[in-house]
Write a protein that binds this ligand. Structure first.
Ligand code: BGC
Length: 754
């Protein structure tokens, strides 16, 4: 080593030493931005009194909880989630605070994000919504949601990412990374088994371990281990007789034990029922317990929370130790040092052109072309008159649906989007067709729209049919609408069919005009008894601020559709796996809440269909769906070559690579989602016919080809062995099935696991 280097090293060591000394003499470690987070956590914790610690573990208002004012440690502020930043509410009311600067950007619903099958879209989504949360000074975003789509009746499916654990797991990770780049924590919800809204506070789920680990946990696990989520929300329901906000098995054993989660377990709002269980069973931060009526005679109703006075008194009397309290506070402090007290905290931005562009892009990429007999795209060179029919073409969809409801700066309706795009090209006229829900209010946010209508149902149809006769294209925009029982929190749907007489309107329009396009806006599958009479069907979603622009982009072909269904559309609800009331909506077997504080009837729900959820059910039982999982058409065509495997066999710790060539054989550029499913030829347990284990979205110019490859390792071949409590891949033959939908396998190749 030459002298210069030695001198340099000594000098830099001296500098480091003096910086460290300086930090020490200048102030406490927890305030030192450059100190490792764990040192800051320990230092802060060592300075806190037991009262300050207990205060930190429960809310002080609807959406905030205390920091440590004496030490300059800031409060925690949460916001819904997951599609945009919720407007401000009163301190302890759900009603509006009536701010005039909190109208946000609404991004597409998570069903749409999942339908892009594009991880880049998920990152863009996370970055954008994270910037909005940061700008609004929130450090926990209540989302994303990854509960698996078990039934098309679930009112909250639109907030989740579909029926497949692999797809949800892949799509949730970039969202988390994007949000957390902004020094805003995600709060992944609702952990776990909250797969319906009916009786959501009082459903006790019975499920075997294999199903739990294979279907309902993987997306949460990916969020925690790959996404490194900084917080997670316990769900309202029970599992093994304990509420999930304080559940030994879910929180201590699996989440914190098996997965090593180091973040904060936040309760769902009002999901906490017991102090003992909250102390011991993994809850860290209590929110939303009902304070109504508790204010009488108390200066602070939040002192009545399960983790408030009762906890402090319990510690003082020796009933509880402080080990659990310190663990809760460590986690909350860690979150604060990762967010508000992080040295790398950006500033965020709000309702900016970039966010609207992101919303529009994600929206257009998630739209799924279900059927097209050559009607779409609208031919802008020939079209003279377009008739738009349906309430959903004009109704604001960002208001409603429950806690994800927003107050937006703007929302482009489908009608406005089409009018803007066809301005100067064609006349765009509108007919109502049917009346759905003309009201538009959620927690005091009103749409301000007047959707009142005096015509009878018959007259509405007659007027639409008359107009349809002179139009070049008829675009019917209907579906569900986020009002109670139509894709809405706290209520499930009552039936699988479209509401408000829409089927009759569609049938009448199909007779009146052969160029009919049905656009279904929903977060759930719906029945389509008219499917054979309608030449083009588009699955639209709740697309947020830019809804109409995204839809117009696809309908005229500015964007070539490339979305794929993240869940199956069965022909009829009865085709699905839920056959008994024990499976859904559960039965009251006479037991009550199990903890003193909450003596209510509990509904026992048994997931006896096991792992046979979604396409795993339809495939295995040979039931042809209306539209399959992974289905979605394009304005171009793609050809798949032969599937090739790198080796004929692999070992338990080895891998094989499957490759396939894909070519755009049509006339316009477009994207195809190449999907890899694995089929196990023989197993000691009953396995689904095939399971998604890889996907890749490729953009191709006309005539262009690309090679897509997938690396297959043991995890893609495994099932969860409940007895051994581990993932097991059994020796034998497997098929790699490659296709453009779960029902369109275009290439396959076999290999063996030795
Ligand atoms: C919902 C959560 C939401 C919370 C706060 C609850 O009712 O289940 O998803 O984040 O309220 O609004």
């Amino acid at each position: 080593m030459n002298k210069k280097i030695i001198f340099g090293l000594l000098a830099s060591a001296a500098l480091t030493l003096s910086c460290a000394q300086q930090t020490k003499t200048n102030g406490p470690v927890y305030l030192d931005n450059n100190a490792p987070i764990e040192e800051r956590v320990e230092d802060a914790l060592s300075r806190m009194t037991v009262e300050e610690k207990v205060a930190m573990t429960h809310a002080q208002s609807k959406f905030s909880s205390p920091g440590v004012p004496r030490l300059g440690i800031p409060e925690v502020w949460c916001t819904d989630g997951p599609h945009g930043i919720r407007p401000e509410v009163m301190w302890d009311e759900w009603e509006q605070a009536a701010w005039t600067n909190d109208s946000s950007t609404a991004f597409p619903a998570l069903t749409c994000l999942a339908a892009t099958w594009n991880e880049e879209m998920s990152l863009l989504y996370g970055q954008s919504i994270g910037e909005e949360a940061r700008y609004r000074n929130k450090n926990i975003l209540l989302g994303p949601g990854v509960n698996i789509y078990r039934t098309p009746y679930n009112g909250r499916n639109f907030e989740y990412m579909g029926e497949d654990p692999y797809l949800s797991g892949k799509m949730v990770v970039p969202y988390i990374k994007g949000v957390q780049q902004n020094a805003v924590a995600v709060c992944v919800k609702h952990y776990a088994l909250n797969n319906n809204e009916v009786n959501r506070h009082t459903t006790n789920v019975h499920i075997d371990d294999r199903t739990l680990y294979e279907i309902y946990l993987p997306a949460f696990k990916a969020a925690v281990q790959e996404g490194q989520a900084w917080s997670i929300m316990g769900s309202y329901n029970l599992y093994k007789g304990q509420w999930n906000c304080h559940n030994q098995y879910m929180l201590n054993d699996i989440l914190k034990g098996e997965w090593g989660f180091d973040g904060v377990v936040v309760s769902d709002w009002g999901g906490v029922h017991d102090t003992d269980q909250s102390v011991y069973n993994g809850l860290d931060l209590e929110y939303g317990s009902w304070t109504n009526g508790l204010t009488m005679g108390r200066s602070n109703a939040y002192a009545s929370y399960f983790l408030a006075d009762a906890y402090l008194e319990g510690i003082k009397s020796g009933k509880y130790g402080t080990k659990e309290l310190d663990d809760k506070c460590r986690r909350i402090l860690r979150l604060i040092f990762r967010t508000t007290m992080s040295a790398n905290r950006p500033y965020g931005r709000f309702t900016c052109p970039e966010h609207y562009a992101a919303a529009r892009k994600i929206g257009a990429e998630g739209i799924v072309l279900l059927k097209n007999d050559g009607v779409l795209p609208i031919d802008v060179k020939k079209v003279k008159k377009v008739l738009v029919v349906g309430e959903n073409a004009v109704k604001m969809m960002t208001v409603g649906g429950g806690s994800s409801s927003l107050k937006v700066q703007h929302e482009i309706s489908p009608l406005d989007g089409l009018k803007a795009r066809l301005n100067g090209i064609a006349e765009v006229v509108y007919e109502r067709g049917y009346v759905g829900d003309a009201s538009g209010e959620y927690n005091g946010v009103t749409t301000g729209q007047d959707l009142s209508e005096s015509r009878s149902a018959a007259k509405l149809i007659a007027d639409a049919v008359a107009a349809a006769k002179t139009a070049d294209y008829v675009i019917f925009v209907g579906g569900l609408n986020k009002s109670a029982h139509q894709d809405c929190e706290d209520s499930d749907r009552f039936s699988y069919g479209l509401p408000y007489n829409q089927d009759a309107v569609i049938e009448a329009l199909a007779e009146a005009n052969k160029n009919l396009v049905v656009v279904n806006i929903s977060g759930n599958a719906v029945a389509m008894p008219w499917v054979d009479k309608v030449p083009a069907i588009v699955q639209d979603w709740y697309l947020g601020s830019e809804a109409g622009n995204s839809l117009a982009d696809v309908l005229v072909g500015d964007v070539n559709p490339s979305g794929k269904l993240p869940f199956t559309f069965p022909v009829a609800y009865e085709d699905g796996p839920l056959k008994t009331v024990e499976q859904y909506p559960g039965v009251d077997q006479g037991r009550t809440g199990g903890v003193e504080a909450y003596d209510v009837p509990i509904f026992e729900m048994t997931y006896s269909e096991g792992v046979f959820v979604g396409y795993r059910w339809y495939d295995t039982k040979n039931i042809k769906p209306l539209f399959a999982f992974g289905h979605g058409l394009s304005y171009t065509t793609f050809e798949f070559g032969e599937a090739k495997v790198s080796k004929a066999s692999m070992t338990q710790d080895g891998e094989v690579t499957v490759t396939v060539d894909v070519k755009n054989t049509g006339k316009v550029a477009g994207a195809e989602v190449v999907q890899l499913y694995i089929a196990d030829h023989e197993a000691s347990v009953e396995r689904p016919t095939k399971e998604l284990k890889g996907f890749s979205k490729v953009y191709l110019e006309p005539g262009q080809a690309a090679q897509v490859s997938f690396t297959i390792k043991k995890d893609a071949l495994s099932f969860f062995d409940a007895q051994k409590h581990e993932w097991v891949a059994e020796k034998g033959k497997f098929s790699a099935l490659v296709g453009s939908a779960s029902d369109k396998i275009l290439a396959s190749v076999d290999f063996e696991l030795k």
